[in-house]
Design a protein around this ligand. Structure first.
Ligand code: NCD
Length: 308
């Protein structure tokens, strides 16, 4: 297969296994490119991409921008804080105004779940969802699986536990779809109040005891508690959260194998993960960030090749 089955990357839910394999093979090539002295390829010289960020971001925005520039695309950036959205303009009007300046592709982060899906019905450009509220964050899940494949050889058959705030996490949902599609076994672990009621319907098991989850898994993906998406308190205090669901080096050293530790960032050191774990060789957190550029280059390149 040499083409994606989709014209937009709105969520992992809309991809098939061949799409993921194609993205990874393409990312392998771009990873080699970005490690060369000249890190740029002329592939997208005639493409213009708008990065529309209606919600805060550091890593994801920089990673997309770097990916676009390494493909030689023209790039424009927009962030909601400094835009006319605050003056009452609708999302479709805002984006259509930007598109009238001849933009081919939109990378969008938005606080509302489904914002990208909505937009894809109203505009011509290809859309990449860079995180829509608590819904999906497809490029994060792709770079996570790519990083597992790099460290452990493959994703199929691996046991992955996702720990923390599963309820409000777009990283968790996209990872669940991606891992299941590739044949990994997935468990979630965290305070019961932060586990969605429908979780078993996704083919995922719940484990309340972090120690048991760590004994079971090959990979633990530690998530941040999404305080900005909570109006009420879901657990008594940070201290109690850390006691039950934080990972530290002692716990890892007690296991009879070396598991891989992941985190999408931003890390809350001392809450979900201690510094000695985050900075250890078991953690592939910075590999994830590095792979993010190659994986995003692959997604952008493959979607751009579908533009007629
Ligand atoms: C994640 C996000 O924004 O959903 N971060 C990221 O994209 N690297 C996770 C988070 O904010 O906790």
């Amino acid at each position: 297969m040499s083409e994606l089955s989709v014209n937009h990357l709105l969520g992992i839910k809309y991809l098939n296994k061949d799409d993921i394999n194609l993205i990874f093979e393409t990312a392998d090539h771009f990873k080699e490119v970005i490690n060369r002295p000249i890190k740029k390829v002329p592939s997208l010289r005639d493409i213009t991409i708008a990065n529309l960020f209606f919600e805060n971001s550091t890593r994801t925005r920089l990673s997309f921008e770097l990916a676009e520039k390494r493909l030689s695309a023209d790039v424009i950036n927009f962030s909601a804080a400094s835009s006319s959205v605050n003056k009452g303009e609708t999302l479709v009007d805002t984006v259509n105004n930007i598109l009238s300046m001849k933009v081919d592709m939109v990378v969008m982060r938005h606080p509302n779940p489904g914002a990208g899906i909505f937009l894809s019905k109203h505009i011509e450009a290809n859309i990449i969802n860079a995180g829509d509220g608590a819904h999906e964050h497809p490029t994060q899940a792709l770079l996570d699986s790519y990083s597992i494949r790099e460290r452990l050889g493959e994703v199929g058959g691996k046991k992955v536990v996702i720990v923390g705030d599963i309820l409000h996490s777009r990283v968790a949902l996209s990872n669940i779809f991606a891992l299941k599609l590739q044949g990994a076994e997935v468990k979630v672990c965290g305070p019961k109040t932060l586990i969605p009621k429908y979780i078993e319907k996704l083919g995922v098991k719940f484990e309340s005891d972090l120690r048991k989850a760590l004994e079971w898994c090959d990979v633990a993906n530690m998530l941040r508690v999404q305080n900005e998406r909570m109006e009420i308190s879901y657990f008594p205090s940070n201290r109690e959260y850390t006691q039950q669901f934080g990972v530290n080096k002692k716990m890892l050293d007690r296991l009879n194998k070396e598991i891989v530790i992941m985190h999408p960032g931003p890390i809350n050191r001392g809450v979900e993960i201690t510094s000695d774990v985050a900075d250890s060789n078991q953690a592939i957190i910075l590999d994830q960030v590095q792979n993010g550029v190659a994986v995003r280059m692959a997604v952008i390149y493959l979607l751009a090749s579908k533009i007629k």
